[in-house]
Design a protein around this ligand. Structure first.
Ligand code: PEP
Length: 251
C-alpha cells in the first residue's frame, strides 16, 4: 500500500499566539473530510504547546523545525528532539537550507539530528537541495548525491523518514522549479536513495519544496515521483494551506 502524500508547512520564524486562529480555522475546514493526505504544521517551538489543543480533534500533526543531536546538556538556545516530542511534536525538519546556511550545519550534523529525532520517537524530514550557482554550473546531481550520502542515515525507513528536495533558488523567491526539473531531480534522488538503502530507499517519501502555493500545488503534487510538499510562506494562512492540501492526491 502506498503511503498518503505528506503536506508539511514550515512556519519558520513566523507566528505569535494569535496564529492559533489560523490552525483552528484549518481544522474546522478539514473537519469531516475523508481521504486526506497526511498534514503537518511545523510552527516555531514556542507555539507547539499552544497549538496542541487546536489540532487535538483533527487530522493535523505538529512538528519542529530543527533539533540538537543530544537529548540535553549545556547547549544554550538549542532544543532537543525529546523536548519537541514532550511539547507535542511528532516530526522534525532537519537540514533545512536556512539552517545549513545560517548555522553552518553540515550533512554529518543533519544525519545526527535525524538519528536524534528517531531516538525521541519523532519522524525526520531531511532537507536537501542545490543553490542557484550550483545549478547553473551543472553541479546539481553532485550536490544532491553528497547531501543524500552525508545526511540520510543508512537505517532510515519510510516510517521514520521523509526527504524534501528544496532547490535553494526556489525557496521564498516565488521561482518554482519546472515540473520537468522536479521530476528529474526526484528521479535522481530516488535512484540514489535506492542505491544507498535498497528497497527501503525506494519507499521513503520524497517531498518537493520551493514556492509551492495554491496556484501550482496540484500540478506539483501530481508530478511523477512527488510524494508531498514542504511549504513555507503559503502555509501561514489557513486558506492558502487548505487550497494546497486540496491539491493532493486522495489519501
Ligand atoms: C521552505 O522554507 O521550506 C519553503 C519551501 O519555503 P517557501 O515555500 O516559502 O518557498
Amino acid at each position: 500500500m502506498t503511503a498518503p502524500q505528506l503536506i508539511a508547512g514550515n512556519w519558520k520564524m513566523n507566528g505569535l499566539l494569535g496564529a492559533k486562529a489560523e490552525v483552528t480555522a484549518l481544522v474546522q475546514a478539514l473537519n469531516g473530510r475523508k481521504h486526506l493526505p497526511d498534514i503537518l504544521i511545523c510552527p516555531p517551538a514556542t507555539l507547539l504547546r499552544a497549538l496542541i489543543d487546536a489540532v487535538e480533534q483533527g487530522s493535523i500533526r505538529l512538528g519542529g523545525q530543527t533539533c540538537h543531536a543530544k537529548p540535553n546538556g549545556a547547549h544554550t538556545g538549542d532544543i532537543s528532539a525529546e523536548m519537541l516530542k514532550d511539547a507535542g511534536a511528532s516530526c522534525v525538519i532537519v537540514g533545512h537550507s536556512e539552517r545549513r546556511t545560517d548555522h553552518k550545519e553540515t550533512s554529518a550534523e543533519v544525519a545526527a539530528q535525524a538519528t536524534a529525532a528517531w531516538r525521541a520517537g519523532l519522524t525526520a524530514i531531511i532537507c536537501i537541495g542545490e543553490t542557484e550557482a550550483e545549478r547553473v554550473s551543472g553541479k546539481t546531481e553532485t550536490v544532491l548525491a553528497a547531501q543524500i550520502d552525508g545526511s540520510v542515515p543508512t537505517d532510515a525507513t519510510p516510517q521514520t523518514t521523509a526527504v524534501a528536495y528544496e532547490p535553494i533558488w526556489a525557496i521564498g523567491t516565488g521561482k518554482t522549479a519546472s515540473l520537468a526539473d522536479i521530476e528529474y531531480a526526484h528521479a535522481f534522488i530516488r535512484q540514489r536513495m535506492a542505491a544507498k538503502l535498497g528497497a527501503t530507499g525506494s519507499a521513503i517519501r520524497l517531498l518537493y519544496g520551493g514556492s509551492v502555493k495554491p496556484s501550482n500545488a496540484k500540478e506539483i503534487l501530481h508530478a511523477k515521483g512527488v510524494d508531498g510538499v514542504l511549504v513555507g510562506g503559503a502555509s501561514l494562512k489557513a486558506t492558502d494551506f487548505l487550497a494546497i492540501i486540496e491539491g493532493a492526491k486522495p489519501g
